[in-house]
Design a binder for this molecule. Structure first.
Ligand SMILES: [Mg+2]
Length: 382
């Protein structure tokens, strides 16, 4: 079935977080994501989410750069073009370099549209197999050790299968050791978001000290654009390294695995520019026997539903960061809400597309800005 988009709507939505979240670089108490609704000539619709952070601390994109790239390049280049598959829609922006979060949001909306029109679940269209996915939680850097232990206890009580905590220099070993001592067997990992450097001997010593804690992995300890120093570090550690920020494509993943820069890859749909590239990285890792899991950007329900779908692929053997929406938001913008039960989330195989319905009135109630682009609009640059 061929689709030609007549209109695309962008809505910048702000949702407050249930609790502030701190990483090695910054703290946030609300998130602004761009929801994207595409509509074809027959009135069929699809939703996507651009989960770019507002600030350039995780990656170089921000909400405003994503808005600009979507409004002035990606959407005008797609409007009026026909496609049968989301990959054909994505081919219309193949000249655009980088800007993967913006691309991922629009590509997701096209997947949703194509799947809804053909009454197929997104998980099925991607080649998923799992009936449910296993969830871990990602905890920020807590101000106190007691605060961290309290958070870990709360989420283990709720049945979450893996604990990840953010770390940074000086806020690493003592925190993780305390968790490990209290819960000797819990699957535990740490995410440094590039806060360490091999040029700093204290950093190297701190990372080596983590080797005694039987961690599942240490995620992205070194620079966001590095795979060389990560390979050097991996050769000195028993604990597997996992790369997040460094992997923007299946080519990046292949090079990192060839170099021995990591033994695990965090697949983020947004960072990889869409579901198609996320699936390619998954397939490569399955071929190489490398486990993968799905990271998150505190997605609202639309992006979170896409994460649930990609997690249903067979290579996602490790619990990821895809938790129930209630962990981040009091009230999400999809129905039904995405919920975890005993650390698992059901994959909505019986519902088309993303499997969760965008709630337009809740979206509008939390909208900061809205824009509709129609087929007449032309890109600023060809
Ligand atoms: Mg990470």
């Amino acid at each position: 079935m061929s689709h030609t988009l007549g209109a695309v709507e962008m809505v910048l939505v702000r949702l407050p977080l249930v609790r502030p979240f701190t990483t090695s670089s910054h703290t946030k108490d609300h998130l602004d994501h761009i929801l994207i609704r595409v509509r074809d000539q027959d009135g069929a619709e699809g939703w996507g989410e651009c989960a770019s952070p507002s600030d350039p601390y995780y990656c170089s994109e921000t909400t405003e750069t994503s808005w600009h790239i979507l409004r002035d390049f990606l959407i005008p280049g797609l409007l009026g073009k026909s496609f049968e598959r989301a990959s054909e829609a994505a081919a219309t922006w193949s000249k655009v370099r980088g800007n993967n979060f913006a691309k991922a949001g629009l590509e997701m909306a096209c997947w949703d549209l194509v799947c809804r029109a053909s009454r197929t679940s997104l998980a099925g269209a991607l080649g998923g197999q799992r009936k449910e996915i296993y969830s871990g939680v990602s905890l920020g850097i807590e101000p106190t050790l007691d605060g961290l232990l309290e958070q870990v206890e709360r989420y283990l009580d709720q049945g979450y299968r893996r604990i990840k905590t953010k770390i940074g220099p000086g806020r690493d070993l003592a925190y993780l050791r305390a968790v490990r001592q209290r819960w000797p067997d819990v699957p535990l990992m740490a995410d440094a978001n590039s806060a360490y450097s091999l040029e700093n001997p204290e950093h190297v010593a701190a990372l080596k000290a983590l080797d005694d804690l039987d961690l599942m992995m240490i995620e992205q300890p070194l620079a966001d654009d590095d795979i060389v120093d990560h390979a050097r570090l991996q050769s000195q550690l028993r604990t597997p390294l996992c790369l997040d920020e460094s992997i923007h494509s299946v080519a990046d993943a292949r090079k990192a695995l060839d170099l021995g820069s990591c033994r695990i890859i965090n697949i983020k749909v947004s960072r990889l520019g869409g579901l198609e590239e996320a699936r390619r990285v998954h397939d490569l890792c399955v071929q190489r026997g490398v486990p993968v899991w799905c990271g998150g950007m505190h997605e609202f329900g639309v992006g979170r539903a896409a994460n649930v779908a990609i997690c249903s692929l067979p290579g996602f053997t490790l619990p990821g960061d895809v938790s129930g929406s209630d962990r981040a938001y009091r009230e999400d913008i999809v129905d039904p809400p995405i919920r975890a039960h005993s650390g698992a989330i059901d994959v909505p195989w019986d519902r088309p597309g993303l499997g969760f319905e965008a709630n337009l009135s809740r979206i509008r109630a939390n909208a900061v800005r809205e824009l509709v682009l129609e087929a007449e609009r032309r890109p600023l640059a060809a």
